[in-house]
Design a binder for this molecule. Structure first.
Ligand code: UGA
Length: 484
């Protein structure tokens, strides 16, 4: 089939590469000329500057110029196209609604081109970006405005997670196709023929509105799971010394009706999707006059969780951040990515600066260049001059008064010995990701350890026992802190 993919970011590029693996003739289009040149070069560093996903460069190398073509103009390509996938950015506006500017600009460009076609062959415009319910109808209106003939609109949301986009495109758990006519379902079945009768992949055909909704409900439910564990399970573990979070998780999720995913308690979920999607869904439901109490609570719990551990350090460990040097380990929103969008580390930086720290000593295995280039640039705010960048976790820790672990990079699991080598106690380790299973050895040597989902662990247990009888610690702390 002849396929155009409009937009070559995190969604569009892996999708185009994987479609071309199945022998479709794929034209990946973007308005950004530099980006297209980078992809055409085939050079790993240049491609990964834009999208850094395991297996992506290899996938591009395999089919480039044979089945996969990159272009900044569709003028000579549009004739006889079967399918156009829309993979455009849909950022949030200030009020939480979705900014469809890029999407609609592309729709008008395509409408103009499609109206000029001489062959008038059936073409289906398929949306893959996360867009508000009924966006497919808006797309239809744009096509009508341009007088396009013989077209269909469809919704085919993507469910890829960062770090496994290529694998996720090759073997998704589901393919959801929302369309209006059998003719269009048939065309999409041809594109996805490898998935249609697959024994493990659910291939669902439904209306465009249902398909659009599936993406929002799925993402907000996932964030609800995370927020439930952060807002309930972790809170219990933080209140009673004898609760073991890992056992709590195993005991609860043994019930097959309860997901294990999301039970990994953390300093909040980040990334470009969850926050944006829940805000957009709240906006859409409010506009229909529906109440959104649950979603609002989930959003608030997650946002609060991003700075909660810093507040706990103040109220539970009596740590005064003023004029202190704090090592910040992990800037990306999760491991195996350099993406810092909506990352908990960004909120932590704001909170630490507001608390008057003298220095934030940052380290991340992948995100350092991006951090220095963009968000943390001193041009943005003179306070960011207090952020220094270090080549290893050990270097960041050296000379600091406290340490905050923000991202779940595997290398942080070995931090106990690094901390012992780098700094002397008294020293506070704040762990937003439960990355140090052998924290006992730190406490034995005089370090304080404060982890999400557990009570503060510090060297003199007998003193703690006197203060807090019945094994219940931290009672009353919640009164000083904003409770999530
Ligand atoms: C998320 C969804 O998982 C995908 O299904 C969806 O397709 C995608 O958004 C999207 O809409 O494009 P992603 O943003 O790549 O994927 O990230 P996740 O792996 O879901 O992680 C999100 C955040 O939650 C990270 O900060 C992660 O560390 C955190 N998390 C995850 C937890 O705090 N606890 C957990 O148990 C799981």
């Amino acid at each position: 089939m002849k396929i155009i993919v409009v937009g070559t970011g995190f969604v569009g590029l892996p999708h185009a590469a994987v479609l071309s693996e199945y022998g479709h003739e794929v034209y990946a289009y973007d308005i950004d000329e530099e980006r297209i040149r980078a992809y055409q070069s085939g050079d790993r560093d240049q491609i990964e500057r834009y999208v850094n996903e395991p297996g992506l460069v290899e996938a591009i190398e395999e089919t480039i110029d044979r089945y996969l073509h990159f272009t900044t103009s569709l003028d000579d390509v549009i004739e006889s196209t079967d399918i156009i996938f829309m993979c455009l950015p849909t950022p949030p506006k200030r009020d939480g609604s979705t900014d469809l500017r890029f999407y609609m600009n592309a729709a008008h460009y395509l409408g103009g081109l499609l109206a000029q076609r001489s062959d008038k062959k059936r073409v289906v415009l398929v949306n893959k970006s996360t867009v508000p319910v009924s966006t497919a109808r808006q797309l239809q209106k744009v096509m009508e405005e341009h007088g396009v003939e013989n077209y269909g609109v469809a919704s085919n949301p993507e469910f890829l997670a960062q770090g496994s986009a290529v694998e996720g495109s090759r073997r998704p758990d589901r393919v959801v196709v929302g369309a209006d006519t059998e003719e269009d379902f048939v065309l999409l079945r041809q594109v996805y023929s490898q998935f249609v009768n697959h024994v493990r992949i659910r291939y669902l055909e439904t209306t465009p509105e249902t398909a659009e909704s599936i993406k929002y409900v799925a993402n907000t439910l996932l964030l609800t799971y995370i927020s439930f564990w952060n807002g309930v399970g972790a809170r219990l573990g933080e209140s009673y010394a004898n609760i073991h979070m890992e056992d709590l998780k195993i005991g609860v999720t043994a019930d097959e009706r309860i997901s294990t995913w999301g039970s990994y308690v953390s300093n909040g979920a980040g990334g470009s999707c969850f926050g944006k999607d829940i805000q957009s869904l709240i906006y859409q439901l409010n506009r229909s006059g529906r109440s959104t109490d649950l979603l609002q609570a989930v959003y608030n719990i997650n946002e609060y969780q991003k700075t909660y551990m810093i507040d706990r350090a103040v109220y539970e460990a009596n740590f005064n951040f003023n004029n202190k040097r704090v090592a910040l380990l992990g800037l990306a929103f999760k491991k195996r990515t350099n993406d810092m969008r909506d990352s908990s580390a960004l909120k932590a930086v704001e909170s630490l600066l507001a608390k008057g720290v003298a220095e934030i000593r940052a380290y991340d295995p992948l995100a350092m260049d991006d951090a220095q280039r963009s968000w943390f640039s001193p041009d943005n705010n003179h306070l960011f001059e207090r952020i220094t960048y270090h080549g290893t976790a050990k270097k960041a820790i050296e000379g600091s008064d406290a340490l905050y672990i923000s991202t779940d990079w595997e290398e942080f699991r070995g931090l106990a010995s690094t901390i012992e080598q780098a700094v002397e106690p008294p020293y506070l380790v704040i762990d937003g990701r439960r990355m140090i299973p052998d924290y006992d050895r730190l406490i034995a040597k005089g370090y304080d350890y404060l982890s999400v989902g557990s009570v503060l662990r510090r060297p003199q247990p007998e003193e703690m026992d006197e203060d807090h009888s019945n094994g219940q610690l931290n009672a009353g702390v919640g009164q000083k802190m904003k409770t999530a």
